[in-house]
Design a protein around this ligand. Structure first.
Ligand SMILES: Nc1nc2c(c(=O)[nH]1)N[C@H]1C(S)=C(S)[C@@H](COP(=O)(O)OP(=O)(O)OC[C@H]3O[C@@H](n4cnc5c(=O)[nH]c(N)nc54)[C@H](O)[C@@H]3O)O[C@H]1N2
Ligand SMILES: Nc1nc2c(c(=O)[nH]1)N[C@H]1C(S)=C(S)[C@@H](COP(=O)(O)OP(=O)(O)OC[C@H]3O[C@@H](n4cnc5c(=O)[nH]c(N)nc54)[C@H](O)[C@@H]3O)O[C@H]1N2
Ligand SMILES: [Mo]
Length: 779
């Protein structure tokens, strides 16, 4: 990729990896990051390859036996022939199927939530378009919650009254913090991207922290079963803990603070509710078991002396706990954030500059000073959407398996509807849902009469569809994007860099055409084309900006300019969370029933959930059956990959791995040698849910007893003898589809029952994925 062109060259566009300028060059796309982006864009070359990959979906296509309406055809999903269709044929077919299902079964048979990260862009946002279209048609089954932080955002409202307490300014942390803990967090990887787009605006503060760590004025720690990339940058002491055991470690540290009188008793008395009940649990009065460091050692794998030293060191210094979301994506994941906030309360520094706790610094540029700029909204959802059935989003596979079943969910009950039709656009459930083989079988059941998928590439989910609609990538269309999910740095134009490849169309065009066939075309488009909507979405953002005292340029000026930053209010640089509450908890109570940090919740107690007790607690997520434990002794974690955004970019060229190669599985040298596994060996990893093939990376950077497989490699199920095996190392082949608890019903991304063995290359038919080139053009 050529980088010597002047920055004025090209047009501005925006991606999850950053705002950049791009231009067509020799049949491909050349690009460069903005000069003001201090970090640059790590995967820029891969991103610009997206339009040209072999596995682009080139034309609309349908599965042969679906077209023929053959009996039992649903069992051929993922294995059938594909037949190419014209757009008119495909849209007519999609429209008639959707209408048929509405007419026969009503809206509660239609799953239209379509969760997923898609590409940046407010207009061509497939999930928003699908939801708007289906809401106008009569409604659809919605998903509540997300796959990112489900457990955190359900437990924190009970603990501190807020789903997402605003994170403290990183500039304050860089000035004042003496001990910084990356607890199940790896901002070096996860802050690279943004739900909207990014200019990596907090990079200067992270650089200041790096400098402070180098000078010795700041000590950092990384609590993680895997040595995170951030530990390198910030010279962290690595404290390896077994997956799923952080709450035990936190409780033991609280025990030390209590016993050694290192906690701030005044703060606890005035700012915490339920202290006595919680202390009864810590001291062992509740269950006869004191939560001492000696108790925690065999659970979490850290020596008791290390736990004591860690607790003392945090108490003796200005300490900030940065909690990531990896640990809460597990059975009983709610306890991680509740216990983390409890530990911060015992340290007593919440509300002080450089002190306290957050769950948001590792993503979306959390902690960058937030501006008062507006978000750019998607196309609006009509009010009728409010009456549709709602399920916890990560339970959707369970809903496919058990229609009619009633489950507990955050103090209420939820009855699964009988789904008949699924629409997905811009999401990849065969990458995001735990237990891919479980999903694979449920997805093929006869109950699901039609699956329509709109994607840019032949993702694992597109391959499991009945009908696919090819969307163009963000480089092939015009759109607008916000910049900075938390920081609201500005707004960016997304210029079309090249015309749509093959037969792909924009998401807006696709769903406008489909809406017409559902009889809601006018209501869907409101008579506006792409340009009309971009002007309207921008105009509405500009109106909201005006309400906050900001003036945005005219649309034409903005479109020409490309990227417009919002001014940072000086006071945002000094923002300290919980400061008012700390100074006067009566005048500034938290929005909890008691107005205080709740370490015992009467509300949760009233639910009576066995898997979510009314105070922070440790519950063992690992299966208790010793026969299972001895067959599957390893624990799996599936952290984010620096090379991918979930499954996006997986097929892009990369130095360490070709597109057909399986994902790397990191394994500790002692576990590897016990299994005669050497660096680069092909391995079979297995859990009671299924098996996958991966390549071993033998490294001290993962603790003994744990293996790590970066999330998002494309699921490639293939019959090997009489067993279906995933040939590509997609971590959710191994994970179990269990809820975090009845409180959040969140997804889990770790598995506590895995075994790995060496296997032979010749037994597995690796090949570059050849797109299911549709045969016999029907027109
Ligand atoms: N490059 C890149 N960045 C991303 C994403 C991506 O796919 N790629 N995804 C984005 C999205 S959607 C989100 S929600 C955020 C997610 O951000 P996170 O959820 O915080 O990211 P993860 O990598 O899943 O988990 C963070 C760390 O937790 C560790 N971990 C896992 N289990 C445990 C445990 O039991 N205990 C402890 N102490 N540590 C544990 C993992 O090893 C990992 O280093 O990241 C965003 N950023
Ligand atoms: N084991 C494990 N599982 C996890 C996680 C984990 O850490 N470990 N993380 C979880 C988290 S935090 C999340 S948020 C989810 C993420 O799960 P998803 O958001 O479903 O993952 P993506 O791979 O981003 O899926 C986006 C899809 O949109 C398509 N796409 C991109 N641009 C466009 C477009 O312009 N138009 C259309 N129509 N399609 C487009 C892409 O090709 C891709 O198939 O995964 C969750 N699952
Ligand atoms: Mo996420």
């Amino acid at each position: 990729m050529s980088t010597h062109e002047p920055i004025s060259q090209g047009l501005t566009t925006a991606s999850h990896w950053g705002v950049f300028r791009a231009w067509p060059q020799s049949g491909k796309i050349a690009a460069r990051a903005l000069e003001e982006d201090l970090r640059g864009i790590s995967n820029l070359q891969a991103v610009t390859e997206l339009p040209f990959l072999d596995n682009r979906i080139r034309t609309p296509a349908a599965r042969a036996s679906f077209l023929e309406k053959r009996a039992g055809h649903t069992h051929l999903r993922g294995e059938d022939r594909w037949v190419s269709l014209s757009w008119q044929e495909a849209l007519d077919l999609a429209g008639s199927e959707i209408n048929r299902i509405y007419d026969l079964y009503g809206p509660s048979a239609v799953f239209g939530h379509s969760y997923g990260w898609k590409s940046s862009g407010a207009l061509h946002a497939p999930a928003a378009l699908i939801r708007r279209m289906l809401a106008l048609r009569g409604g659809y089954v919605r998903g509540e919650n997300n796959y990112s932080n489900a457990a955190m955002r359900k437990i924190l409202p009970y603990a501190v009254g807020l789903k997402h307490p605003q994170p403290q300014s990183l500039e304050v942390i860089a000035r004042c913090t003496e001990r910084l803990v990356f607890w199940g967090a790896d901002p070096e990887i996860t802050n690279d991207i943004d739900w909207f787009s990014t200019v990596h605006s907090s990079e200067s503060a992270w650089c200041a922290l790096e400098e402070k760590a180098r000078s010795g004025a700041l000590r950092t720690f990384a609590v993680n079963p895997v040595r995170p990339l951030s530990a390198q940058r910030f010279r962290s002491e690595w404290l390896p803990v077994r997956p799923g055991t952080d709450a035990a470690l936190m409780l033991a540290m609280i025990h030390v603070l209590d016993q050694e009188n290192l906690c701030d008793r005044d703060f606890l008395r005035t700012h915490v509710h339920g202290l006595e009940a919680f202390l009864d649990y810590i001291r062992g009065r509740e269950d006869g078991c004191a939560k001492t460091p000696g108790w925690a050692e065999p659970i979490c794998g850290l020596p008791a002396q290390t736990i004591v030293r860690f607790a003392r060191e945090l108490a003796a210094n200005r300490t900030f706990l940065m909690l990531g979301w990896g640990p809460q994506r597990a059975r009983f994941g709610e306890q991680f954030h509740w216990a983390g906030f409890a530990l911060a309360a015992f340290l007593g520094q919440m509300g002080l500059p450089g002190g306290g706790v957050s769950g948001e610094h590792h993503t979306g540029r959390g902690g960058a000073p937030a501006t008062r700029g507006p978000y750019v909204e998607n196309l609006p959802l009509p009010d009728s959407a409010a009456v549709c059935p709602v399920i916890p989003v990560a339970r959707f596979a369970d809903c496919l398996r058990h229609p009619g079943r009633t489950i507990d969910f955050n103090g209420r009950s939820c009855t699964y509807p009988m789904l008949r039709l699924m629409l997905w656009g811009g999401g990849n459930p065969f990458a995001h849902q735990p237990d891919s083989f479980g999903l694979y079988h449920a997805w093929r059941s006869q109950q699901i009469e039609a699956v329509i998928v709109c994607d840019t590439h032949w993702s694992a989910t597109a391959r499991m569809a009945d009908l696919v609609l090819p969307a163009c990538t963000f480089l092939e269309r015009n759109d607008i994007s916000g910049v900075g999910e938390y920081s609201r740095d500005g707004i960016s134009a997304m210029h079309r860099i090249i015309p749509p490849m093959y037969g792909s169309r924009t998401d807006y065009w696709i769903f406008s055409e489909l809406a017409k066939r559902l009889g809601v075309g006018e209501a869907f488009t409101e008579g506006l084309d792409e340009d009309g909507w971009l002007r309207r979405l921008y105009g509405e953002a500009a109106d909201r900006a005006r309400g906050n005292g900001l003036t945005l340029p005219s649309f034409d000026e903005f479109w020409e300019k490309g990227w417009v930053p919002f001014p940072v209010p000086e006071e945002a640089r000094d923002f300290v969370d919980f400061a008012d509450f700390r100074s006067d908890p009566d005048k500034h109570p938290l929005p909890t029933p008691s107005g205080r940090i709740e370490l015992f919740s009467e509300k949760i107690a009233s639910f009576g959930y066995r898997d979510c007790p009314p105070h922070p607690a440790w519950l063992d997520p690992a299966p208790g059956d010793p026969r299972v434990r001895s067959r599957f002794p390893l624990r799996l974690v599936s952290p984010k990959s620096r090379f991918r955004l979930h499954s996006q970019l997986d097929p892009c060229p990369r130095k360490d791995r070709g597109p057909a190669d399986p994902e790397w599985l990191r394994i500790n040298p002692r576990d590897a040698s016990a299994r005669a596994i050497a660096q680069g060996d092909l391995v079979l990893a297995r859990s009671p849910r299924g098996a996958l093939v991966a390549r071993a990376s033998v490294t001290e950077d993962v603790m003994q007893g744990t293996v790590a497989l970066a999330h998002g490699a494309w699921f490639e199920p293939e019959w090997i003898g009489d067993e279906l095996v995933d040939l590509h190392g997609s971590s959710n082949t191994l994970t179990e589809d269990v809820p975090t608890s009845a409180l959040a019903c969140g997804n889990t991304a770790s598995a506590f029952d895995v075994e790995v063995c060496r296997c032979r290359e010749q037994d597995f038919p690796f090949r570059t994925f050849t797109p299911p080139l549709p045969e016999g053009l029907a027109h």
